[in-house]
Design a protein around this ligand. Structure first.
Ligand code: SF4
Length: 244
């Protein structure tokens, strides 16, 4: 293991092993560091790692109020397994009421603009509130998840709301086999939807199972698959302010 100190530079952090990155984040930033996860496999691996090396690390999630029941069950399972309290950030009720009142619950079917509006209200805004509590944002982004994520850095400064914070992606260079091998070796709880062919899991309806020949995020907003925009498979959490 590398010796990690508060003097370790971000460039050095980028070359640490995943567990060492988590230790650095917790030891240098304490409660201003946290894993923000949607409880997909990479996030669950990081929670397991943190439990071993930085057990008091905060774990935050964005509850859009439209997650699959399997995801809500997994959140409770993780809390019980690791003895942690997951911090849930939900949409602002007034913003939600206004959006649904004007466009209906299923506005995301209408067009890309309305889908992005829904993601803004249900995901991006709560995520922003979560990030206000952090200086080190730890995510489960991996380069093999989509072309838009192929250059994601393991450690880099990102800007949100005129503020700079550090985003860590400790498993950015892992592939699915490595993630699955860790899950099997450590008996990590995982979302039951993977067994049903899901590869990327977000909200109900907006995420669907994929065929073996499809890209990993092809099941997201499947009705927009004919679009070729660079970020047509992103909700905005990682694309706003740049940095993906
Ligand atoms: S994934 Fe779908 S339901 Fe969830 S916030 Fe985005 S558009 Fe809305």
């Amino acid at each position: 293991m590398t010796t990690v100190t508060s003097e370790t530079t971000l460039n050095e952090v980028a070359h640490l092993e995943p567990e060492e990155m988590l230790v650095w984040a917790y030891e240098t930033h304490g409660p201003r560091a946290g894993i923000v996860t949607s409880f997909q496999n990479t996030g669950c691996v990081m929670i397991d790692m943190a439990h071993r090396v930085a057990p008091d690390m905060r774990i935050l999630t964005i509850d859009t109020l439209r997650l699959h029941s399997e995801t809500y069950e997994l959140i409770e399972e993780v809390e019980a397994r690791y003895g942690v309290q997951i911090e849930r950030f939900q949409p602002d009720p007034e913003r939600l009421e206004q959006m649904i009142g004007q466009h209906g619950e299923f506005l995301f079917f209408d067009n890309k603009v309305k889908q992005e509006y829904c993601c803004q209200v249900r995901k991006v805004e709560p995520n922003r509130r979560a990030l206000e509590t952090l200086d080190v944002w730890i995510t489960g982004l991996r380069r093999d998840q989509s072309p838009a994520r192929s250059n994601v850095a393991r450690a880099e400064p990102v800007h949100r709301d005129d503020r700079e914070l550090v985003r860590l992606c400790p498993l950015a260079d892992w592939n699915e086999d490595q993630v699955n091998a860790y899950i099997a070796a450590h008996n990590v709880p995982m979302n039951k939807l993977y067994a049903e062919g899901y590869s990327s899991i977000g909200c109900e309806i907006c995420s669907t199972p994929i065929l073996p020949t499809e890209e990993k995020r092809a099941g997201r907003w499947r009705w927009f698959n004919q679009l070729e925009e660079e970020h047509s498979k992103e909700c905005g959490i990682h694309t706003e302010g740049g940095g993906i």
